[in-house]
Design a protein around this ligand. Structure first.
Ligand SMILES: C[S@@+](CC[C@H](N)C(=O)[O-])C[C@H]1O[C@@H](n2cnc3c(N)ncnc32)[C@H](O)[C@@H]1O
Length: 659
């Protein structure tokens, strides 16, 4: 049995990287340090050490890289009151700076997120870009979100004349993308929206972080068909870069055909020649199976058609042969010159396929319904006003709580590039929670069970108000008043949560006749970024006795047991949506997480009876393995602690942890 003392730090990524290197090249690590020269020798001719090598750099890049490796000293505190369906939901809404949050999620969600969608601040000159603080990121966060008063703290927009315009944005994005990549599954993808201001910088850092070879493509969406009223060239589009975690594991990306497309373009494009109707000499009869259309062989064709007539007998034979193989249609179409004949037959196939697709309702994923996505998306549904702003305004009964939300239909089409209906979808620049809306709506439509993780700063709306023009100020004042009337802080995170509540109910209502709609997950667990629940040992050396007394209880004042339970779950990499059950064993409260995978008792005066009770519970739940956590000062005496350890060890417990 391993014995561990927990501290208040998240995963040490640099240390884990060293362990990975050590596993590959044991000779390069001595006393926990990497011998760089040896590493170069090991890599031989693959090392580029010229000063003029191709690279992309900016002021602060090195520091940003280190920042992405330093552990977080924070935690995520559960907030049941603001959550919905706490006990059952698989969705998460996390309030906080996404850099800290991504660090904290490294263990629980490493390699678990199949799709990340982000729409970061575009750095248009009027955005406030969250700065990285290298000294005390949590203190900075609290000052930024107005939770503490900090003298002279200023939030100013990142203007083009600031001298650090692109640099600040790059320093904000780079460490976040590095951390985000770790969370992707091996076959996962990230989609990143951006416009002209930073698209070249985003491409450069994404190439570096994800690898140029993992660049899948760019989709251009006409998201703003009415334009922005700019002189010379008025942009109506945005870019969406798609990268794979590892392109060789990524499944084929597809998109559902629109109805109109299905009746006109499809058959022209089936088979090997995309426009067969223009090449009648190479035109063959069609076979249709599960919505897929293919052709019979040349030999078979010659058997049934002699250039003038169809041979009915052979045709009957072929029909029998192919229907026994599961094909629904065998449709001979004239080969040469008889345009009218094949045109008529062609129309018949087209119509029949159409009926088949729409009426049978049994087709799962026929090729006919999907195609390879193209790089230009012009459909009206991608307009940010129609399926973005207008949807949001109607959900908020006429209020306009957020500027420039994305069309949830655009995000839906990004999500379904991938046919996994059970995946985790993450958005760590969540804004008004468009991505959560898209996920719930999709699940309602196709019976999927996708889960979402939203991350959003509790950015003050007063701040947005101060930077807004006169008309927008009027609208924002109404939004702020609405939140205050409902006893909520006037922050963007409140808008994000409220949208999920409202959109979820609406989606359920709209789909109330669908089978199993009662199981649609429209809930979410709220977690909030804060400093660790475990105190840092910072004694007052002039008053050591007093300090020692204060540190007897090593939890920060005001924190609940549930706060500590979630911090331990993060440390041990448990899914934050695992059920947390509570039991009383020998008058002490015991938490069981993930049906006995982790047992936590934070009470005082733990007895051997408690340890035996915990063992019995673990036996009953029979998890694959189990860890048990107590408070370091929860034991009466040292010998009591030793006895408890022995009991757990003999019961086969893998780890005994104190905190
Ligand atoms: C362009 S908006 C996203 C809009 C969103 N796609 C929608 O449709 O509503 C970017 C969001 O990222 C948030 N944000 C900026 N910096 C952040 C940070 N460091 N951590 C978390 N959220 C951040 C901003 O508050 C803003 O809401």
């Amino acid at each position: 049995m391993k014995e561990i003392q927990l501290d208040g730090q998240s995963t040490d990524i640099a240390e884990e990287n060293i362990q990975k290197l050590k596993a590959l090249f044991p000779e390069i690590v001595t006393e926990g340090k990497v011998d760089f020269e040896k590493l170069q020798q090991v890599l031989g001719e693959y090392v580029e050490d010229s000063d003029e090598r191709y690279n992309f750099s900016w002021n602060g890049k090195g520091q940003s890289l280190r920042l992405s490796q330093t552990p977080s000293l924070g935690t995520l505190r559960p907030c049941k009151e603001e959550s919905k369906d706490w006990d059952t939901t698989q969705n998460l809404y996390i309030e906080g700076d996404n850099l800290e949050v991504l660090k904290l999620l490294q263990k629980s969600y490493y390699g678990k997120v199949k799709m990340i969608y982000i729409d970061p601040p575009y750095n248009t000159g009027t955005d406030i870009i969250y700065k990285n603080d290298f000294h005390d990121s949590l203190e900075y966060y609290k000052a930024y979100t107005g939770q503490i008063d900090k003298d002279g703290f200023q939030k100013t927009t990142n203007t083009e004349t600031s001298g650090r315009y692109h640099t600040d944005w790059l320093n904000m994005m780079y460490p976040r993308l590095r951390l985000a990549r770790n969370l992707l599954t091996d076959d996962g993808i990230i989609v990143m929206s951006i416009d002209d201001y930073e698209f070249y910088n985003l491409k450069k850092i994404a190439d570096e972080v994800f690898g140029e070879n993992n660049f899948v493509g760019t989709i251009i969406t006409r998201c703003n068909p009415q334009g922005r009223g700019r002189k010379n060239i008025d942009p109506v589009h945005e870019y969406n870069f798609i990268y794979a975690k590892n392109i060789s594991y990524m499944g084929e990306l597809t998109i559902k055909r629109d109805e109109g497309e299905m009746t006109t373009n499809y058959l022209l494009r089936s088979g090997t020649n995309s426009r067969k109707f223009e090449r009648p000499l190479r035109f063959y009869p069609l076979l249709v199976k599960d919505g897929k259309v293919s052709c019979i062989t040349q030999y078979e064709y010659e058997q049934i058609y002699d250039g003038e007539r169809f041979n009915e007998q052979h045709l009957a034979y072929l029909e029998k042969k192919y229907t026994s193989l599961g094909f629904q249609y065998v449709l001979p179409i004239a080969k040469n010159g008889e345009e009218k004949v094949w045109q008529r037959e062609f129309n018949r196939v087209r119509n029949e396929c159409h009926t088949y697709i729409y009426e049978s309702g049994q087709i799962k994923t026929p090729a006919l319904l999907y195609r390879t996505p193209q790089s230009l998306w012009l459909n009206e549904k991608y307009s940010n006003s129609g399926s973005g702003t207008n949807i949001l305004i109607s959900l908020f009964d006429g209020l306009k709580p957020f500027d420039f939300p994305k069309s949830y239909k655009t995000v839906q089409d990004f999500i379904t590039l991938n046919d996994d209906k059970n995946m985790i979808v993450m958005d760590f620049f969540a804004g008004s929670s468009t991505t959560a809306h898209a996920v719930m709506d999709l699940n309602a439509k196709d019976g999927g069970n996708r889960k979402f993780i939203m991350v959003q700063l509790p950015e003050s709306l007063e701040n947005t108000y101060n930077n807004a023009d006169k008309d927008r100020k009027k609208e924002l004042r109404k939004v702020i008043d609405f939140l205050i009337e409902n006893n909520k802080p006037a922050t963007l995170a409140e808008i994000g949560k409220e949208r999920i509540r409202r959109a979820g109910e609406k989606i359920k209502e709209e789909n109330k006749d669908k089978e199993n709609i009662e199981n649609l997950d429209i809930g979410f667990k709220v977690l909030k970024l804060d400093t660790s629940n475990i105190r840092k040992w910072q004694p007052d050396y002039d008053n050591l006795e007093q300090s020692l007394l204060e540190y007897i209880d090593n939890f920060v004042e005001g924190r609940t047991e549930l706060d500590v339970v979630y911090e331990i779950m993060l440390k041990y990499g448990l899914d934050l949506t695992y059920p947390v059950d509570e039991f009383t064993i020998a008058q002490k409260k015991v938490y069981s997480i993930g049906f006995g995978m982790l047992m936590i008792c934070l009470d005082d005066e733990i007895t051997t009876e408690v340890a035996r009770g915990i063992l019995a519970k673990i036996k009953e739940l029979s998890p694959e393995s189990s860890r048990v956590v107590f408070k370091d000062n929860g034991f009466k005496t040292d010998s009591n602690k030793t006895n408890i350890k022995e009991i757990l060890k003999s019961g086969g417990i893998e780890e005994f942890i104190t905190i």
